[in-house]
Design a protein around this ligand. Structure first.
Ligand code: MG
Length: 249
């Protein structure tokens, strides 16, 4: 069931969404060769708690940290640990915060120092695909229009689309209906109406769609070993067009 939000609920959602976005800024400031992913997670956790919010991911389905930190060929759900970031790594950080009864959810892939042109293009075009999807998030369109726009954008570069995981509604629960796949047919799926809040989150690989979940039950890697990128915003469908609730400064 898709839960629509009132104007006042949308205003309430701005706060957890802003805290989620600011938590990515906290991470960005720390990212450099030598820092561990666990140190980044701790700083993000402490920031969210200092803001009076709760890290949405901590304990969700048993996830052991506040942020998913996924390096290189890890697409999503990387568990922060003692790994020290290296020059040239790409690191996807996904984080959510909950306060006043609502969640925010967002992700961004950062570069550690400098990296290859190939990696830079993957990041640039995955982020561009996110915005292509957001452009379609208007009243009267359907979920499939968002999905199709993302798919059309990334496939022209020969990239793979992770199909096992998709975007989602977000609100009082972190994961609500509807599913928002990163592939699909224009004109299909649930109709977009005012008051819907969804997380659009392309998970794109340099090559191939396949992923494998590691024995820890979380870490999701590309089957080919190719690098992957992940960008996400929580947005609201409004009569004035899509509103990005997790906009970063
Ligand atoms: Mg999400």
């Amino acid at each position: 069931m898709i839960v629509l939000k009132t104007q006042s609920e949308l205003r309430t959602m701005l706060k957890p969404c802003k805290i989620s976005a600011d938590a990515l800024n906290v991470a960005e400031e720390l990212i450099r060769p030598g820092i561990t992913t666990k140190e980044i997670d701790k700083a993000m956790h402490d920031y969210i708690v200092r803001c009076g919010a709760k890290p949405s991911f901590l304990g969700l389905y048993g996830f052991p940290a506040s942020a998913c930190i996924s390096v290189n060929d890890v697409v999503i759900h990387g568990i922060p640990d003692g790994y020290r970031l290296e020059e040239g790594d790409i690191v996807s950080i996904d984080v959510g915060a909950c306060c006043d009864g609502f969640h925010g959810d967002n992700a961004y892939t950062f570069i550690v120092g400098n990296t290859t042109e190939e990696n830079k293009q993957l990041l640039r075009e995955t982020e561009a695909a996110l915005y292509k999807g957001i452009e379609q998030a208007v009243v009267g369109n359907r979920i499939g229009d968002i999905s199709h726009a993302i798919e059309t954008h990334v496939t022209q570069f020969g990239y793979g689309i992770v199909r096992k995981f998709v975007g989602h509604g977000v609100g009082k629960a972190l994961h609500e209906d509807p599913e928002v796949p990163n592939f699909g047919r224009a004109g299909h799926g649930p109709r977009l109406v005012e008051g819907m809040t969804i997380a659009i989150e392309p998970m794109i690989t340099m090559k191939g769609d396949g992923v494998r979940i590691m024995p820890d039950g979380w870490t999701t890697k590309t089957v080919t070993g190719a690098n992957a990128a992940h960008f996400e915003h929580t947005i609201a469908i409004t009569s004035n067009g899509p509103m990005i609730l997790t906009k970063r400064k």
